[in-house]
Ligand binder design. Structure first.
Ligand code: KG4
Ligand code: ZN
Length: 341
C-alpha cells in the first residue's frame, strides 16, 4: 500500500510517499526557517503564508517521482501545530482526495515522530511493549506503546519542553536567537572537559514519576551567566567558559531524559526503546541512550538524523500502521491534539 504523507504543522512543508509503512519512495521537505531566523522565532502568519507558497511545488516534486495515480491513500497531519499551517496541508489533502478519489487518514503529529523509527526497518523489528521518548521543541513525553494505536501516556514536561529549554538557553548564552539548540550542542562539543560538572540541577531526576521540568535548569544557567558577568562566580570563576556551561547544561538535560527513560523502560519491562522528535538529533543524547540500553540489554531504535525533524515520511508511516480513515467533512485541523487523542 502506497501512502502519500503531508506534513504542514509548523514551519516545514513536507510530502513523502511510503510503501507499507516502511519503504520511502519519495521524500521532500521545504522549510521557512530562514524567514524566522530574522525575527528570532516562528511568526505563525509568516509560517502559514510560506506553507501556501510551498505546498504545490513540494507535491509536484513528489509526483515527479511517484505518479499520483499510484497512491492508495493520503495521510495528513491533523495536529498539534499552528492552525494556519495545519489548514494548508489538510486542504491540500482534501483536494487530492477528491481529485484522485483516494481515502484520507488523519495523523497526530506527535505520534508521527514515533514512526521515524519504523521507517526503513523491517516492520516487525520493533517489539511491543515499546517505550517512546518524544523530545521536540514543543513536547517532552514518555509513552508506552502497547501496539500501534494503543498508547499509554506515562509523563511529560510540567513546563518547558527539552527543545524549548535548549533554544532559550542558547539565547541566554548568546549562542543563537532562533533554534539555538543545535548551536548550543555544537558549542558544548567544543568543550574538552566539563569543568562545571555537577553545578547545575538535574530537575525531577530523583522523583518517582515520569515527568520532566526544564524551566528551573534554564534559570539556573541564567544565574551562572549573570554571576560570571558581575564577577561573582567565586571559586568557579577559573572553571567558567561558555563552552563548559553549554556542556554542563546539555549534560544535565541528557542526564534527566536518559534517567527517566531508563527508569520507565525498566519499570514496564519494555522490549524496545524508541526516540523521536527534533531533539532526537542530539548526539550526546543518542550516545548515552546507546550506552545505557546496551548495558541493560534493551533494544534501542534511533531515527536517522534526517527523520528526527518534521517530515512527511513519518506521517505516511503512521498513517499506514494506524489506518484512521476519516470522511472528507469530518477532517479539520486540531491545533491542541494530545498524544493519546
Ligand atoms: O520536532 P521538531 O523539529 O519541531 C517541533 O515539532 O517542535 O523539534 C525542533 C526542536 C528545536 O527546539 C531544536 O532546537 C531542537 O529540536 N533540536 C536540537 C537539536 N536538533 C534540533 N536540540 C538539541 N540538540 C540538537 N542537535
Ligand atoms: Zn515535530
Amino acid at each position: 500500500m502506497k501512502i502519500l504523507g503531508i506534513e504542514t504543522s509548523c514551519d516545514e512543508t513536507a510530502a513523502s510517499v511510503v510503501e507499507d509503512g516502511v519503504k520511502e519512495l519519495a521524500f521532500v521537505v521545504a522549510s521557512s526557517k530562514d524567514f524566522h531566523e530574522k525575527t528570532g522565532g516562528v511568526v505563525p502568519e509568516i509560517a502559514a503564508r510560506k506553507q501556501v507558497e510551498f505546498i504545490i511545488p513540494v507535491l509536484d516534486q513528489v509526483f515527479s517521482t511517484v505518479p499520483k495515480e499510484d497512491i492508495d491513500a493520503i495521510a495528513v497531519t491533523q495536529g498539534p501545530g499552528l492552525i494556519g499551517s495545519l489548514i494548508v496541508g489538510i486542504e491540500a489533502a482534501k483536494a487530492l482526495s477528491l481529485a484522485l478519489n483516494k481515502p484520507l487518514i488523519a495523523v497526530n503529529h506527535l505520534v508521527a515522530h514515533f514512526y521515524a523509527n519504523f521507517l526503513n526497518y523491517s516492520a516487525d523489528a520493533i517489539k511491543f511493549p515499546a517505550l517512546v521518548l518524544v523530545v521536540s521543541g514543543g513536547h517532552t513525553d514518555l509513552v508506552l506503546m502497547h501496539s500501534h494505536g494503543n498508547l499509554e501516556h506515562l509523563g511529560s514536561t510540567i513546563d518547558d519542553a527539552a527543545g524549548e529549554a535548549f533554544d532559550k538557553t542558547a539565547r541566554i548564552l548568546g549562542i543563537g536567537d532562533y533554534l539555538g539548540g543545535v548551536k548550543l550542542s555544537q558549542k558544548a562539543a567544543e568543550c574538552k572537559e566539563n569543568t562545571l560538572a555537577g553545578t547545575l540541577p538535574r530537575p525531577m531526576l530523583d522523583k518517582d514519576n515520569y515527568d520532566f521540568s526544564f524551566s528551573g535548569l534554564k534559570t539556573a544557567t541564567k544565574r551562572v551567566v549573570e554571576k560570571a558577568e558581575s564577577g561573582e562566580l567565586g571559586d568557579l570563576a577559573e572553571k567558567y567558559s561558555v563552552e563548559a556551561l553549554a556542556c554542563e547544561f546539555e549534560t544535565a538535560v541528557v542526564d534527566v531524559l536518559v534517567g527517566k527513560a531508563i527508569k520507565a523502560a525498566s519499570d514496564f519491562n519494555v522490549k524496545s526503546l524508541l526516540l523521536g522528535g527534533g531533539v532526537a538529533a542530539n548526539i550526546p543524547l543518542r550516545t548515552r541512550l546507546q550506552n545505557e540500553t546496551a548495558s541493560l540489554g534493551i533494544p534501542l531504535f534511533l531515527p536517522e538524523l534526517r527523520l528526527c525533524g518534521d517530515n512527511a515520511s513519518t506521517v505516511a508511516s503512521a498513517g499506514f500502521f494506524n489506518q484512521k480513515f476519516v470522511d472528507f467533512e469530518d477532517l479539520s485541523p486540531n491545533p491542541s491534539l494530545t498524544i493519546t487523542d
